[in-house]
Design a protein around this ligand. Structure first.
Ligand SMILES: Nc1nc2c(ncn2[C@@H]2O[C@H](COP(=O)(O)OP(=O)(O)OP(=O)(O)O)[C@@H](O)[C@H]2O)c(=O)[nH]1
Ligand SMILES: [Mg+2]
Length: 438
């Protein structure tokens, strides 16, 4: 099947090819739609879509020879020089397809890597993406140099083959060396991150993390919270209707007014179906941050017809990174687009009775306030009310309590300061010696 589109602006045109071998038609269509959105996020515009249904993948060329001819004819006719494949191609398939089309071919992984590479800003994200890119490239080197070798002249001559192999070996060693360097830098960044994490943990401030499928509205919720409670507009983060707008983790202190406790709210990279394993590995430490949260806000875009599948992907990714046991609030976002939505009707494997739920719009200040109340209730649910007598010599404990809890001074006694506070179990254990027994 072939579909063509009107050309959009100056984005580079690309042909999108997809193969359906199993699964439902809906799953296939969802994946193809997502691939087109990924192309757009990479600054490309899909000008034609070719699909094929086969009982199994063609080992050498991924799709059938007839489909290759059809695509080739389209490329020749229109001058398009880029073909995207909605799947991960084997190194051999990639090499054969590049040869067959005589132009650039990107699979799903390569396209996601390209987006990440364009967007990475912080040192950590740049290192992680570089590492993922090189691990993708390494097994594909041979194919690339086969082509170069052949272009070089008398194909198959011994001298030619020898120089090609030497070149591959040199490149391989260069890449491996670069990866080892990146690994070292990443380990160092990881240590810095652990130090920061420790500092945050010891600050006693509760940690709330926004997670969810890409484009669900996580950054918009963080910005809504900053507008309502943080004050400083400069602290806002980038939000946009495109996949993977956010790649870096941002942590902001949210200080509600009055007696309400402040907390740390973090926004990070979104999830997607078939997130390339090279990227999951590279972003592991970023993603793992979520397992240290006190509460996860699992954000879904309920105006997306595929939100249930996306939520499943999110939940299984959270399990994988070891964040499955953290307290959760399900945020069914973009409700302004779906007035009839009922959260009680959502059934996804993994949803638990004790999970909090809110149907809201990140663009509504009233809804941001409702979310804030739910976060506070959830955070307090795990805390116990304590009275502590802090000796005057332990001023730093008083400071820590003041910073990270709703501590109130009750009285100055000859033995120290008597205070009351809601404490998390770990803090109650840490300060057990100072807690007054009833
Ligand atoms: N109508 C409507 N649009 C929303 C709502 N929340 C977010 N959006 C829009 O959805 C798009 C994506 O929002 P982001 O906040 O960037 O999404 P994200 O989850 O951070 O996405 P990534 O960083 O790409 O993973 C933006 O265009 C937002 O303006 C909402 O409640 N209602
Ligand atoms: Mg974002």
């Amino acid at each position: 099947m072939k579909t063509t589109f009107e050309q959009q602006s100056e984005a580079r045109p690309a042909v999108l090819a997809g193969l359906r071998t199993g699964g439902t038609l809906t799953q296939f269509e969802k994946s193809m739609k997502e691939m087109a959105a990924l192309a757009e996020a990479a600054g490309l515009s899909v000008c034609a879509v070719f699909t094929q249904t086969l009982p199994r993948v063609n080992t050498g060329y991924y799709i059938g020879s007839g489909k290759i001819e059809e695509i080739k004819a389209y490329l020749d006719e229109t001058g398009t020089d880029l073909v995207l494949f909605d799947s991960q191609l084997s190194p051999m398939q990639l090499r054969n397809l590049v040869n067959a089309f005589g132009c650039e071919v990107l699979d799903r992984t390569a396209l996601i890597l390209r987006i990440f590479s364009d967007r990475a800003r912080t040192r950590e994200a740049v290192l992680q993406v570089d590492y993922a890119r090189l691990s993708y490239l390494l097994p594909r080197l041979a194919g690339m140099h086969d082509d170069l070798g052949r272009q070089g002249g008398t194909s198959g001559s011994m001298s030619n083959r020898g120089s090609g192999e030497k070149k591959i070996e040199l490149d391989r060693r260069h890449i491996e060396h670069r990866m080892a360097e990146l690994r070292k830098d990443l380990d160092e960044v990881d240590r810095e991150r652990q130090t920061q994490r420790k500092a945050r943990m010891s600050s006693l401030l509760p940690r709330v993390s926004l997670v969810g499928y890409t484009n669900a509205g996580k950054s918009t919720i963080l910005n809504g919270m900053i507008s309502a409670y943080g004050g400083d507009e400069e602290k806002k983060v980038f939000e946009k209707d495109m996949l993977f707008a956010t790649l870096d983790t941002t942590v902001r202190r949210i200080s509600p007014d009055g007696d309400r406790k402040p907390f740390l709210l973090s926004d990070t990279v979104g999830f997607i179906d078939h997130l390339p394993t090279t990227l999951v590995k590279a972003f592991r430490s970023t993603l793992e941050e979520t397992k240290y949260a006190d509460v996860l806000l699992i954000v879904s875009d309920i105006s997306d017809p595929d939100y249930r599948d996306n939520l499943s992907v999110t939940l299984s990714t959270l399990e994988e990174i070891g964040a499955g046991a953290v307290q959760r609030i399900f945020v069914f976002n973009k409700a302004d687009r779906c007035p009839l939505f009922r959260s009680s009707e959502v059934s996804v494997p993994g949803l638990r009775a004790e999970d909090g739920r809110i149907t809201m719009s990140a663009r509504s200040p009233e809804d941001i306030e409702r979310l804030m109340v739910l976060i506070e209730d959830t955070l307090n649910a795990g805390r116990t009310h304590c009275r502590l007598l802090i000796p005057f010599s332990e001023g730093q404990i008083l400071n820590a309590l003041k910073k990270g809890s709703d501590m109130q001074i009750l009285e100055y006694t000859p033995d120290g300061t008597l205070v009351s506070a809601h404490l998390l179990p770990e803090d109650a254990a840490r300060y057990a010696a100072y807690i007054e027994k009833d």
